[in-house]
Write a protein that binds this ligand. Sequence first.
Ligand SMILES: Nc1nc2c(ncn2[C@@H]2O[C@H](COP(=O)(O)OP(=O)(O)O)[C@@H](O)[C@H]2O)c(=O)[nH]1
Ligand SMILES: [Mg+2]
Length: 348
Amino acid sequence: MSFSIGIVGLPNVGKSTLFQALTKKKVDTSNYPFATIDPNVGIVAVPDERLEQLARLSHSAKIVPTTIEFYDIAGLVKGASKGEGLGNKFLSHIREVDAICHVVRAFSDPNVVHIAGKVDPSSDQRTILYELAMADLEQVSRSLEASSGKARSGDKEAAKLVGVLEKIKSALDRGEPALTIPFTDEERKLLKSFNLLTLKPVLTVLNVDEKDNKQTDNQLKISVKLESELAGFSPDEARAYLKELGWTESGLDRLIRASYDQLGLITYLTTGPDETRAWTIPKGTKAPQAAGAIHTDFEKGFIRAEVINWKDLIDAGSEANAKAKGLMRMEGKEYVFQDGDVAVFHFA
Ligand SMILES: Nc1nc2c(ncn2[C@@H]2O[C@H](COP(=O)(O)OP(=O)(O)O)[C@@H](O)[C@H]2O)c(=O)[nH]1
Ligand SMILES: [Mg+2]
């Protein structure tokens, strides 16, 4: 299972610089059958310190992190939903990703031309969100027209669809993204093929001047320029630099992690002499489906899972100790996996 994030924003805000910095951290793509040679796609490892600690405990031969795909999507401009620039083509690329990373320019460099003539992050942000909403509105209106006739002549499925689309249309008319509407599971299913842009989670990154690159909790402020330099350093140099800045991790690592959270994803781990590995599942996933992330046979033949929180396992010192202390719990089909669970599956 691989999740994808599209980097969007106005031209010249630092999208490609951010993308290149991210992909300097690229994982060995030969491990990943879904790796593509498209230069606009980068597979990035999700940083996770738990992996190293568990690998040490299990004397694992290798570590396999979980990954996210980042897409560098060319600049959107005002009027993109009406086909300005290469508008519709870019919008169709955004439809294919699971979430959006919206880069907004807040850096002041006079040598970098601003498309609107001045640096104004909130105005730029509104421009992009407006284009995404307009593109959805156009698509929804078109489908409404097509389905309304069918609904009137008694087509029940079409009537259901019309109901959902009406809801979205009125939200968009009020300036609210589709994401704010509490859909039922059935409605979500009906909407799946629409790939609505405003239904995707958005993570906003403020590309600030280097001196403003302070870590705050509720906003992702990153100096793309600084991160780009940092990504070119050797691991030792990078560690020394981070220490100098008083940071525990780079802005890119924060961004990758925040994207992962934004997608509603959690990680569980498996560990042994062969490998220590991170597996990605959506929050709320039950044990058989969690097992299915490894292999569909694990899901089909699921019997039970032995589960322990990763920290408890580290503190116990070994799996044998953890077992002796009764810390490895037996969990059945209804168990909801938690972030940081270490699991051993039993299946038929
Ligand atoms: N001063 C400064 N310049 C930047 C920063 N990020 C990008 N740039 C410069 O802005 C220009 C456009 O960057 P690019 O990443 O190609 O923007 P994109 O059009 O959004 O992909 C390039 O000359 C970059 O070197 C930044 O954080 N600070
Ligand atoms: Mg670019």
